[in-house]
Write a protein that binds this ligand. Sequence first.
Ligand code: GLU
Length: 488
Amino acid sequence: MSEVRVRIAPSPSGNLHIGTARTALFNYLFAKKNNGKFILRIEDTDALRTQQAYVDNIFDSLKALGLNWDEGPDIGGPYGPYTQSKRFDIYPKYIQTLLDKGFAYECFCTPEELEAEKEEAAKNKKAYVYTRKCVNLTEEEKEKLRAEGRKPAIRFNVQKAQAAFHDSSILSFEDLVKGHLHMDTNLIGDFVIMKSNGAPTYNYAVVIDDALMHITHVIRGEDHISNTYKQILIYEALGFEVPKFGHLGMILAPDRSKLSKRHGATAVSDFVKEGYLTEALVNFVALLGWSPSDGQEIKSIDEIAKDFRIEDLSSSNSIFEYDKLKWMNSHYIKMLPIEDLKERLKPYLTMYPLDELTDAQYTKMVEITREPLTLLSDITDAVPYFFGKDVKIEPDAQAKTLDTEVSQSVLKDFVSKAQDWEWTEENLEEKLAQFRADWKANEGIKPKVTMWAIRAAVTGRTCGADMVGILEILGKDTSLYRAKKAIK
Ligand code: GLU
C-alpha cells in the first residue's frame, strides 16, 4: 500500500475555526495511526478575503494544538509550494489538457447574462443550472466575442466527463465515514474552473493540488460532499487517481443551529484567550465525532492517536457543548504540574506586580487558588488581594462581616495576639486553630464566624483560598496592617 498522505487546507479568510481544528485533528490522527504524512496547504485563491494575519493565526493555532505538519508553506516539502497563490503557474497547464480533451470549454457569458439566467430559473421555480449556452460555440463565434472585448471563463463539461467514465448519469463513491453516496450529475451545472481573470476556482485548484501532492485520503466536513462529485469528475477527466473521501458530520451549537460567535468563541485563538488549555480543546474536539473504544473520554492526543480508527467516526452531527468543554478544561487545569500551571497563568496576571512575590510565594498562591479554576483566566479575579498593602473591601464583606460587633472584637483580639506569632505555615496553622477554639470556648462563637472576620479584613472578601496560605504569602506586616485597618 502506498504511503498515507492527508492534508488540511484552510482558507485564510478568518482565524482558525474550531471546526477546521477538528478536521485537522482527524487528518493528523489518521496520518499518525498509519505512519503517514500530514500536510498543510493554504488555499488563498480568494485574494479579497485573504489576510496575512489569518495565515499567521492558522499556523500559530495548529502549532498550539500540537498538530504539527510534515510538509507545509513554512517548511516546504517535495510537492511545494504549499500556498495556492504561489502555484498559479501550475494551474493553466491542466486547464489546457481539459480544453484539448473537450472536458472543458470557454464561456463568454457576462455576469449580467448569468444573472438573467438565474432570474429566469427562479421565475419558473427551477433549481438553477447553467444553460450551457457556450458549450458548442464555433471558432468564429468565439473570435467575435473576443473582439467585443469579452474574456472567457473556463467551464467544466460535466455531462461529457460523466458519460466518458460512467454508464449512467449517476455518480457514486464509497465514503469512509458515510458509506455509499451517489448523485445524479444532471443536477450539476457546468461549473467554472477558471475565472475570466485567470484565477482557478476552489473545486479545480483543490483537485490539481491534491493530485500533485499525492493526497491519498481527503477527510473534511460534509458541507463539501456536493463538491466531491465535481472533484471526482475532474480527477477522472485528467486521468488522476481518485483519492478516498471521508466526510465528517457538522458541529452544531447547543440550539442545533450553525455554531457561530453568538454562541461563544469559535476561533481556536479566542478559546485560548478565554483561558482554555489547548490539551483540553484537542481532547474535546476529538470527541465531536469520535468515541474512544474504552469509553474513557479524557485522553491525550497521543492516546487518541493510538485508539483512533476512521471507521469509528460518526456520520451524524455533533453538538458543541460549551459546558462540557469547561468541565474538561477545569479537569486539565487540575492535572497540570504546578510549574507548568504557573507559566500558563502568567498571561492572565499581567495586571498585577507579580515581581512583588518570590517564586515560593507565587507557587503557594497558585497552589491555594487553583482548585476552583475553570478557565485559566479565572485566576485574574481570584488573586487581587495578594498584591499591594491595601485591599479593596467588597460591599458584602463590609456589611455582612466587618460591620458586625463580633467581627470587630475578633479582629481586635487577632491583632493583639498575632503580633507575637511566628509567621510560618505550621505555626500559623496551630495558632489560628487555637484562636478559633478560644473564641468558641469563651464566647460561643462558631469557628467559621471567627475566620470570616479575619478573611474579610485581610482579603476584602467573604470566601477564597486557604487562609493560612494567604497570611503566609502576605506576611505579618501586611496581614496585621489590613486587620487593623478594618477595626473601626
Ligand atoms: N479551503 C477549503 C475550506 O477551507 C478546503 C476544503 C477541502 O478540504 O477541500 O473549506
